[in-house]
Design a protein around this ligand. Structure first.
Ligand code: SF4
Length: 301
C-alpha cells in the first residue's frame, strides 16, 4: 500500500540449459512452477534479474530496445489461449501481416506472404478476410502459428498451445507444429503440463518444480529411467488403460508450495514420499548422471 517492496517472488531460480538448432526442449511441470515465466524470460518479454541469455552466439541479456526489436523477428511465441491472443477487431490478414510490416516490410509482398502462411498452417486463402470470432479454437491456434511464422523466425516458444483446445483438435495442432519444424528447420521450446504431449514433440525434457529444474534429460531417459520422485509422480499420473500398470506408483499429495516462500532445502520435500532429514535443510543441486541426464535429488547424488 505504501509502495514498499515487501518481498520477491523467484518464479524461476538458477535455471541453466542449452537448446541446439532444430531441436525441441519440452518444459513440463504443474501450474505455477515457472514454465511460462521461463519461456518469456528466454525471449526477454520478462527481464531476468540475474544470469545471461545467449541466442545464436550473442549475449542478448543487455540488448537495448532497438537491438531487441530487430531480434524479435527471429524469436517468436505462440500463446496458450487463442481466444485472448488474437485481436478480435482485426482481420486475419492484418493479424498475420502486422509482424511482417513491422520487421520485413518492403522485402516481400505482404498479401502473397499471408496466403502462403495460411496454406502452410492448413487454412484457406479466404480466411484472411474474416475475423477471429468466425473460427474454432483449433483454427485460431493455426492463425496464431501463422503469425508467429510470418517473420521467418529461427526459434519459437510454444506456451501450452493445446491446453485450451478439445482433445480431438490437440493432436492435429501438435502434428502441425512437428511438421513445420521439419519443413522450416525451426528450434522450439514447448511448454506443457502434459507429459504425453511433451513426449510427442520433444528431443529433451526439463522437469520444473517451484521455479527450479529438478530433472533434465533426453526423452527416453525421462520416460524410461526417471530419477527424481517428482518426475516419477508426473509419469505415474499419465492415464493408461491397464489398471495394474500403476501399482506402486508415486502419488502426488498436497499443494505446490508458493514461490514467494519456497520450502527450505529441497523444494519438493513437503510432498516427497522419500524425504530424508537432509532434504529439509540442504538444497540438492542438479548433478550430471552422464549422457546429458541431470537430476537434483539427495536420494540419487
Ligand atoms: Fe525427495 Fe529428498 Fe530427493 Fe527432494 S531431495 S526429491 S525430498 S528424496
Amino acid at each position: 500500500m505504501l509502495g514498499r517492496v515487501t518481498g520477491w517472488v523467484r518464479a524461476v531460480d538458477g535455471v541453466s540449459f542449452d537448446i541446439y538448432e532444430r531441436e525441441t526442449i519440452g518444459v513440463v511441470g504443474e501450474s505455477g512452477c515457472g514454465k511460462t515465466t521461463l519461456g518469456r524470460t528466454v525471449l526477454r518479454l520478462i527481464e531476468p534479474t540475474e544470469g545471461i541469455i545467449i541466442f545464436a552466439g550473442k549475449n542478448i541479456t543487455k540488448f537495448n530496445k532497438k537491438r531487441l526489436r530487430s531480434l524479435r523477428k527471429d524469436m517468436q511465441i505462440v500463446f496458450q489461449d487463442p481466444y485472448w491472443s488474437l485481436n478480435p477487431m482485426m482481420l486475419v490478414r492484418d493479424i498475420i501481416a502486422e509482424p511482417i510490416e513491422e520487421h520485413i516490410k518492403g522485402k516481400i509482398k505482404v498479401e502473397e506472404r499471408v496466403c502462403e502462411l495460411l496454406k502452410l498452417v492448413g487454412l484457406p486463402e479466404e480466411a484472411m478476410w474474416r475475423y477471429p470470432h468466425e473460427f474454432s479454437g483449433g483454427q485460431r491456434q493455426r492463425i496464431a502459428i501463422a503469425r508467429a511464422l510470418s517473420t521467418n523466425p529461427k526459434f519459437i516458444v510454444f506456451d501450452e498451445p493445446t491446453s485450451f483446445l478439445d482433445v480431438s483438435v490437440q493432436a492435429h495442432i501438435i502434428n502441425l507444429i512437428s511438421e513445420l519444424q521439419q519443413k522450416l528447420n525451426l528450434t522450439y521450446m514447448f511448454i506443457s503440463h502434459n507429459l504425453g504431449v511433451i513426449q510427442h514433440v520433444s528431443n529433451k525434457i526439463a522437469v520444473m518444480y517451484v521455479g527450479k529444474i529438478v530433472e533434465m534429460g533426453l526423452v527416453d531417459q525421462i520416460f524410461e529411467e526417471p530419477l527424481h520422485p517428482y518426475t516419477q509422480a508426473l509419469l505415474d499420473a499419465i492415464p493408461v488403460p491397464d489398471p495394474d500398470a500403476h501399482k506402486g506408483r508415486v502419488l502426488l499429495r498436497g499443494k505446490v508450495p508458493s514461490p514467494e516462500n519456497p520450502p527450505q532445502g529441497c523444494r519438493f520435500h513437503t510432498r516427497c514420499p522419500y524425504k530424508m532429514e537432509i532434504c529439509t535443510k540442504t538444497e540438492p543441486q542438479l548433478s550430471d548422471m552422464g549422457k546429458l541426464h541431470k537430476v537434483a535429488c539427495h536420494l540419487i547424488s
